[in-house]
Design a protein around this ligand. Structure first.
Ligand SMILES: [Zn+2]
Ligand SMILES: [Zn+2]
Length: 334
């Protein structure tokens, strides 16, 4: 099903014509539970991975002997979704028992803190499906993997690994990609989702706009707040700036740390490649909820189709160098 973002509640550039200089187009990915194939764009789906290429591993030092089995994480979500179908009252006593047992941590004995663990596939994006996707010259496929342990850096942030490919060169596929025995954090185990990309217009994060424009927007918001009877009046951040959910390109939202310049070691500015998000939209009444989902917007799990969770229910922006995306990447956890 096509996912379409409703038109913005009003024409913000008619209110503030100078915002036109701070406009960009991003591609909302709209992941939804499905059965993606290796040749398709996906979150949590199988990767188009050549048979003769080594699978990437994490060898960075951190504990890795305790965690949950991936199959338990998926099964627990399935049981919960079933128990919370519309009309159901939640898990029965029997289901609670099953959920407890699925939620248990396990141990792999004899594992050292630097033993290699296979990275988990997170997403793959074909440039033909995702307009505007940043790719190095001659490549047409981005693959994203990450370590399934929340143990990288301080405070801990997901450790993302990017692979760029030319799909036509892949040839025979790796039949059984390795999987880690345990995941340290369940929010790093995505559910398989197909994508329904859609281009939408964004405006730059408010704190990065010229001060004069910021002040005019604040005054306008205050006036709106006084007029509105609703609990949640329109706001620049909430309705007109950065689209929520998984997306490629466009502007970054800096709600937790505040904005900072992202510069490549080569000196070039970095640009937003991909946003990995915990939720596709915020409240039940978010203006960004796709039209196809509006009627069921409050349904259990509907706005968290990938079950990925980063930060405190926030998002992870991955930036790459604007001169050459293979220079490396820089994360921003919000
Ligand atoms: Zn790791
Ligand atoms: Zn660079």
């Amino acid at each position: 099903m096509t996912r379409s973002t409703p038109p913005r509640p009003l024409d913000i550039e008619a209110e503030f014509p100078d915002l036109a200089d701070h406009r960009a187009v991003c591609t909302r990915l709209h992941p939804r539970p499905g059965v993606p194939k290796p040749g398709e764009s996906s979150v949590g789906g199988p990767l188009l991975w050549p048979m003769d290429e080594l699978w990437p591993v994490c060898r960075k030092p951190h504990p890795r002997s305790r965690g949950r089995r991936i199959e338990d994480v998926h099964e627990q979500r399935r049981v919960l979704a079933q128990a919370w179908l519309p009309g159901d009252a939640g898990p029965t006593d029997e289901e609670r028992g099953v959920l407890r047992s699925l939620g248990r941590e396990h141990r792999v004995p004899g594992v050292d803190d630097t033993d290699p663990i296979p990275l988990l596939p997170l997403a793959q994006l074909f440039v033909g499906d995702v307009p505007g996707l940043v790719v190095p010259e001659g490549r047409d496929l981005l693959q994203v993997l990450w370590c399934p342990f929340d143990a990288h850096g301080s405070p801990p942030a997901p450790d993302v690994h990017l692979v760029w490919r030319t799909a036509a060169e892949v040839g025979e596929l790796l039949a059984r990609p390795p999987l880690p025995a345990l995941v340290g954090y369940e929010g790093y185990a995505p559910e398989p989702c197909t994508l329904h990309p859609e281009q939408v217009t964004e405006h730059e994060w408010a704190e990065l706009l010229p001060t004069d424009l910021q002040l005019r927007i604040e005054e306008w918001e205050e006036a709106l707040g006084e007029e509105a009877d609703e609990e949640e009046p329109l706001s620049y951040d909430g309705d007109f700036s950065v689209a929520p959910g998984w997306k490629a390109g466009g502007f970054a939202a800096w709600g937790v740390t505040g904005p900072r310049e992202v510069v490549c070691p080569c000196g070039s500015p970095m640009e937003l490649l991909l946003t990995i998000a915990s939720a596709e939209w915020g409240g039940v009444r978010s203006s960004w909820t796709p039209l196809a989902d509006r009627a069921r917007a409050g349904t259990y799990g509907l706005n968290v189709p990938t079950r990925v969770s980063v930060g405190r229910g926030g998002h992870l922006d991955v930036f790459v160098c604007s001169a050459d995306p293979t220079h490396g990447h820089e994360p921003s956890l919000q």
